[in-house]
Design a protein around this ligand. Structure first.
Ligand code: PEP
Ligand code: MG
Length: 608
């Protein structure tokens, strides 16, 4: 309120300044699921880890153990119904995590210590749960390796679920959140993300996490705007305060001022209109203004996502990351499990292009079984094709499933992280071996199945000429190519600014791979995240790429870009970009050109 004091005879006082609200704060994280949400902070704490030790009388032991058993039973029931719901929303494979959690609750090695603790230490059931599971989580958390995060998440998730039942909070806090909540947590488990009431939770952000975490995958599968890796976010935020979550740019604005709110409300409207206009492009061809076709295909993690790619106007699947089938299961999926997923994908594709990558386990994507023996430097360790070549029976099971599925419709397969010709030859040899086995068993498969490789390490890029003589196709994986060329861990938030695909070393490698491929008539595509970035896509097309494989959500905007630009313009952009000697120059040049060519793709947003 402004105005004069009560006494009119007094000279006018100075205007009272408006009350100072909490300070606006902008926090940058990693954008993992696009969209903008404006709402209120709902802080989700991990307070179950600080439960007081509640002593119980001798005669209360049986009662507390019964309470524990009941909570376990109720949690299993709950997980079974979450599984059914998640299956409908996210598909079979993504939903399996809930069956896995239910399985953990039947595991005696987890339950017996809790019952014993109640009996021996005479403590309440909730304390036994929080102590036993807390200790287990701490053990994984303190391991010198970030790959344990998934396991910690699973344990924390189970602890919360059990405690909700034990402490009479059967309806979890999440179900009671106000409409328009933006959930902030140090970390979220996939099961938490999947059980959000979508009317209440309109976005989420976490301090921890990277793009390839389960939770990020669930967010994308459910189309909830999300930002992860925000580090100090939960420490800075206050429950109930106003917040903007920008899942497009990976930005969180705490206590936004009126100007910022106006800007974002405008952006939401603009975005909705824009999405509608993009939808109209769905069935139009992806060609440049001068008639050059650029194939747009999708990256998927689960077979059911393939339909989403088609719905958004994709022409096929350029990268199916099959390892997610392993990550959402406690045990290695059987040949039959895998076969079903691949056939499902083939069926959805109905003859359209489909490239399936053999499992890329290790590094930040770790199997449950292997978690017991961490590596010191897992990104340079036994990952991807190396892991497969060391675990041939497992690799062969996958290849059998893939080959059998190849009888049902067109598909290609490719190997990840090939670094030497020996590796490719060995992997190909195993494929031939499996083909012979299938032949002997009279099982059908596509004898002419194309076998390609990812180019995602500098050694492979530098030797593209040699590889091109042997492989059926290349797919350039910029996510890893950037990290290995620049020696920048792609999952480390603290050096994220150094992770720049526009680095001259990276673009020269891409140029050389494309040139080598052309010389040998070897098809080449790009399936790294950068291919979905309109600025970078201009460069890739200019460098000679004619197939871009991107996450489904990026397809419409890329189609708009391609239909607005000429090949000549792209080639000129690539020539100019190659003439620069620093990534800053390349980045700012690309940014500038893209905004001039398709300003509406950027809605005047310049980035923070
Ligand atoms: C890549 O490395 O660019 C890639 C597409 O594979 P992933 O992101 O699964 O490592
Ligand atoms: Mg990779």
């Amino acid at each position: 309120m402004t105005g004069h004091k009560d006494n009119p005879s007094q000279p006018p006082q100075e205007e009272t300044p408006p009350p100072v609200g909490p300070k606006m704060q902008i926090i940058k994280g990693i954008a993992v699921s696009p969209g903008i949400a404006i709402g209120h902070v709902a802080l989700l704490g991990d307070d179950h880890r600080r439960l007081p030790r509640r002593p119980i009388a001798d005669g209360a032991v049986a009662g507390e153990q019964k309470k524990l058993d009941d909570a376990i039973e109720a949690s299993i029931e709950e997980l079974t119904s979450v599984h059914v719901r998640a299956k409908q929303e996210m598909g079979d494979e993504a939903a399996k995590i809930f069956l896995f959690h239910a399985g953990m609750l039947k595991d005696k090695s987890l339950i017996v210590p809790m019952r014993k603790m109640i009996e021996v230490e005479r403590v309440g059931a909730e304390y036994a749960v929080s102590h036993v599971l807390g200790q287990l989580a701490d053990k994984f958390r303190s391991a010198p390796d970030s790959v344990f995060t998934t396991k910690v998440n699973d344990i924390d998730d189970l602890a919360s679920r059990l405690l909700n039942h034990l402490l009479g909070r059967a309806e979890s806090r999440m179900a009671k959140l106000p409409i328009g909540s933006i959930l902030l947590a140090r970390d979220l488990t996939p099961s938490q993300a999947a059980s959000f009431d979508r009317k209440r939770v309109i976005g989420f952000a976490t301090d921890l996490g990277g793009r390839t975490g389960h939770t990020a995958i669930v967010a994308r599968a459910l189309s909830i705007p999300a930002v992860v890796g925000c580090r100090q976010l939960t420490a800075a935020a206050t429950d109930g305060s106003s917040i903007i979550l920008d899942g497009d740019r990976g930005i969180i604005i705490l206590n936004p001022d009126a100007e910022r709110l106006d800007e974002y409300h405008g952006l939401i409207k603009q975005r909705a209109t824009f999405q509608l206009s993009l939808g109209e492009l769905r069935d139009l061809p992806s060609v440049t203004t001068d008639g050059e076709r650029v194939e747009l295909v999708g990256n998927i993690e689960f077979a059911d996502e393939a339909q989403h790619v088609l719905d958004l106007g994709g022409e096929g699947v350029g990268l199916y990351r099959t390892e997610f089938l392993y990550l959402t299961n406690k045990h290695e999926p059987t040949e039959e499990d895998q076969y079903k997923s691949y056939v499902r994908c083939v069926e959805i594709m109905k003859g359209r292009p489909l490239t399936i990558r053999t499992m890329d386990l290790g590094a930040d994507k770790y199997t449950q079984e292997r978690a017991e023996t961490p590596e010191r430097n897992p990104f340079l360790g036994c990952r991807s094709i190396r892991y497969c070549l060391k675990n041939q029976p497992m690799f062969k099971r996958q290849l059998r499933a893939l080959l059998r599925a190849s009888a049902k419709g067109p598909m290609k397969i490719m190997f990840p992280l090939i670094t030497s010709t020996g590796e490719f030859r060995q992997a190909k040899y195993i494929v031939n071996d499996v083909m012979e086995d299938l032949d002997e068993e009279g099982i059908k498969f596509d004898r002419n199945l194309k076998v390609g490789m990812m180019v995602e390490v500098p050694s492979a890029a530098l030797m593209a000429d040699t590889f091109a003589r042997e492989v059926d196709f290349f797919s350039i994986g910029t996510n890893d190519l950037v990290q290995y060329t620049l020696a920048v861990d792609r999952t480390n938030e603290s050096i994220a600014s150094m992770y720049n695909p526009a680095h001259p070393a990276v673009i020269r490698l891409i140029r050389d791979v494309v040139r080598a491929a052309r010389r040998h008539d070897t098809p080449v595509s790009c399936c790294g995240e950068s291919a979905g970035d309109p600025e970078y896509a201009l460069l890739l097309i200019g460098l000679g790429l004619r197939t871009l494989s991107v996450s489904a959500g990026s397809i419409p905007q890329l189609k708009r870009l391609i239909r607005s630009v000429s090949l000549k313009q792209c080639e000129q952009i690539a020539r100019q970009a190659l003439s620069f000697d620093s990534e800053t120059q390349v980045s700012s040049y690309l940014r500038d050109r893209a905004r001039k060519i398709v300003p509406d793709l950027f809605d005047g947003r310049t980035g923070e």
